[in-house]
Design a protein around this ligand. Structure first.
Ligand code: PLP
Length: 422
């Protein structure tokens, strides 16, 4: 009756386990190897002496990325505002400031961080769907370049606060273009379902209201459809819709000196060593081709991920390995508290063992220590056989990694190291 029962006969618990050999690397990216561009023996010596987890930032790659973005943007006279939300570490901001980029901030504290690290006030844009009165006042007092305004009500609130302190707010209207970004639903920002931007239904009200707002000066039109966008057709479609909206406003006598257009260019999470620097040329060329504008109109971009994602890795140690009923686990000392993207967006990050490759790889779920089943970095990842103490690098963690980290489970914040040393 119980013929197939695993407890029958002489089978021990362990005899039922089949080693799960990696004969199929689909969805894995390549098997780990030590000879990536990112990690040299010098890195490993340094890492081995450090407590984990920590964030590692490759400042040479950051510099090269900044230079590539700056070069391609300058071919068209475009202005880049770095989105601090992606990573606001002072050490990361310094080379970005030095390159002459502006800043894109989404909180009063980001505005203050941008100013403190040397971004010129006249290059700071303040975006965000829910700016508080305190944050608006801070930005007004600091004479920033522009508020990206996301609703009619926000415009009225800014008018009131600017009047109170005797300032005029320069403003770009962030319009919702109702364009699908074909990215993860949580990082899509420009569809009818999203909270972002002024919906087309409010455009008439806006036009009626504007003449009465004497402390508001509208200089710009802004739109953003989301993040991690790799297909240039999405940018083309955004431009076409944006052109239409701009023309409509102009026909109604509202003209703009500044155009601010997004989404954000995506990065290659699968192959960080093959594509460490995103294709800024294609991105800016696409916008240049499809965005209608006069020679006088200035064009602005808010780039975060494409500038900083690839230069950062989360370095973690294997605490335990465990063969579960169906899965082999590598339990590491970093968790969703350090990098929440896999839990939040089902995001893929390449996981690389910082040890010599072995002939046979094993398949692991790489998980953290947090008391949540969503606390994982990768499922069914092919890695060399791991043991306690082995180091792993979770790649492409420079954007939306450290900034989103938390103290959940009363964990301490992971430190950051920078190479070459500052
Ligand atoms: C309005 C706005 N600006 C800038 C960014 C930064 O985008 P990314 O990090 O993809 O470059 C985002 C991200 O969603 C955004 O919504």
């Amino acid at each position: 009756m119980y013929k197939n029962n695993i407890f029958e006969g002489n089978s021990s618990y362990s005899s039922i386990y089949k080693p799960i050999l990696a004969n199929n690397f689909e969805n894995q990216g390549e098997s780990s190897d030590l000879c990536s561009m990112m990690f040299t023996p010098e890195h490993l010596t340094r890492f081995n002496g450090l407590a984990t987890p920590f964030f590692y930032y490759d400042l040479s790659l950051l510099q090269k990325t900044i230079e590539a973005a700056a070069k391609q943007a300058s071919r068209h006279g475009f202005h880049i505002h770095y989105a601090l939300k992606a990573n606001a570490n002072r050490e990361i901001l310094q080379p970005i400031v030095a390159a002459g980029f502006g800043a894109d901030c989404v909180s009063g504290n980001e505005v203050l961080r941008a100013l403190e690290t040397g971004f010129a006030p006249e290059k700071i844009v303040f975006a965000g769907v829910g700016k508080s009165d305190k944050e608006i006042k801070t930005a007004l007092e600091k004479d920033i370049f522009c508020f990206n305004v996301e609703s009619v009500e926000e415009l009225q609130v800014i008018e009131g606060l600017a009047a109170q302190i005797g300032k005029t707010a320069t403003v770009a209207l962030r319009v919702n273009p109702l364009v699908e970004a074909h990215t993860h639903q949580y990082i899509t920002t420009g569809t009818a379902e999203n909270k972002f931007g002024i919906p087309p239904r409010d455009f008439d009200t806006l036009l009626q209201l504007l003449p009465a707002l004497s402390h508001i000066r509208v200089i710009g039109l802004h739109t953003h459809i989301g993040s991690q966008i790799c297909n240039m057709d999405n940018f083309k479609n955004t431009c076409l819709k944006f052109n239409e909206i701009r023309r409509w406003f102009e026909q109604h006598d509202l003209h703009f000196t500044d155009l601010n257009i997004g989404g954000g260019l995506g990065v290659d999470y699968q192959h960080p060593d093959d594509n460490p620097i995103p294709d800024f040329q294609n991105y800016f060329d696409t916008i240049n081709r499809y965005l209608e504008r006069t020679p006088q109109q200035q064009v602005h971009f808010e780039l975060g991920r494409s500038i900083v994602a690839q230069c950062g890795s989360l370095i973690t140690r294997v605490l335990y390995t465990k063969q579960g009923e169906n899965k082999r686990f590598a339990i590491v000392d970093a968790g969703m508290t350090e990098l929440i993207r896999p839990a939040l967006y089902q995001a893929y990050h390449k996981i690389q063992a910082l040890k010599a490759p072995q002939v046979a790889a094993l398949i692991y779920d790489v998980v953290g220590p947090i008391c949540e089943s969503s606390d994982f970095f990768g499922k069914d990842v092919a890695l060399p056989m791991l043991q306690r103490g082995d180091l792993l690098a979770i790649r492409t963690a420079g954007a939306y990694g450290e900034v989103m980290s938390s103290n959940y489970n009363l964990r301490e914040k992971a430190p950051a190291i920078y190479m070459p040393a500052l």
